[in-house]
Design a binder for this molecule. Structure first.
Ligand SMILES: O=C(O)CCC(=O)C(=O)O
Length: 260
């Protein structure tokens, strides 16, 4: 059993200082709750303040690596650090870093599918590589928000064997039923756990009502954080993946030659 903390937080628009301090406090609280892996929402350093990225994006993720890396080490926590707005080689990205308990970055993923209605495609460059990694002995992959709508991308990551998918998000209230349905679908069709962590609060364009969810390979909802800011702990038993695959193994039964 691995205890995973879903940190459903509000994000101050365009205010990294405030958001970094919030994330630091949440890591300490998650530790007190017995968490082994802590997961944050999407773009928690800046929110979707894309116009101001030149002054507020995290250059090479240095600030995130310093703060989250130090706390991960100090508190001996694995951290799927949601995603942050970064500036790398002169371009902006929506990046998720994963830290192990020594504070080392073990995975880095740039969001592959940019969300047009939030003008992400105009400001942010797209990533092209899935991120597979092992954290707290969980065979994992990270995807971000709108990636939830691209089952092909989940399969691509899944070919390397994934038992737990982490999905940080800023998913608006207006489509929250779709969020819940898609998280369940991705868990069932990939025969894996899915941990979707959403934010709460408002930005100038949207309201966000949380509903961070942990879904088992069977589609059973293990936790639904409802609409308040807070930390939800969920216990993951990876053997459920093997059990699900005993009856039929969807990844093995695929016929990629047909899917063109
Ligand atoms: O797909 C959606 O409905 C929401 C996606 C989104 O808000 C995002 O990728 O930031």
């Amino acid at each position: 059993m691995v205890k995973v903390a879903m940190v459903q937080m509000d994000i101050e628009f365009g205010n990294p200082a405030k958001n970094f301090s919030r994330v630091g406090e949440a890591l300490e609280q998650a530790k007190d709750l017995g968490a082994e892996v802590v997961v944050f929402p999407e773009m928690w350093n800046t929110g979707y303040d894309l116009e101001n990225l030149p002054s507020i994006a995290d250059r090479d993720g240095r600030r995130t690596k310093t703060l989250v890396g130090q706390l991960a080490k100090q508190l001996s926590l694995n951290v799927v650090a949601g995603s942050v707005a970064t500036l790398k080689d002169g371009r902006f990205y929506n990046t998720t870093y994963t830290f192990d308990q020594t504070g080392k970055v073990i995975a880095e993923y740039d969001k592959a599918h940019r969300f047009g209605p939030m003008q992400e495609d105009q400001y942010v460059a797209a990533g092209n590589q899935p991120a597979n990694y092992e954290i707290a002995n969980l065979k994992s992959a990270s995807l971000i928000c709108y990636d939830l709508r691209f089952p092909e991308w989940w399969r691509t990551a899944g070919t390397k064997g994934v038992n737990v998918y982490f999905l940080p998000a800023e998913w608006p209230t207006s489509r929250i039923e779709q969020w819940e349905a898609l998280l369940k679908a991705r868990a069932i069709e990939n025969q894996a756990f899915v941990i979707g962590v959403n934010r709460v609060g408002d930005d100038p364009n949207n309201h966000f009502n949380g509903h961070s969810m942990a879904v088992a390979p069977s589609g059973e909802v293990l936790a639904n954080a409802d609409e308040q800011a807070g930390i939800t702990i969920v216990e993951i038993d990876q053997t459920a993946v093997q059990e699900a695959k005993q009856l039929f193994d969807i990844q093995n039964d695929r016929r990629p030659e047909l899917y063109r």
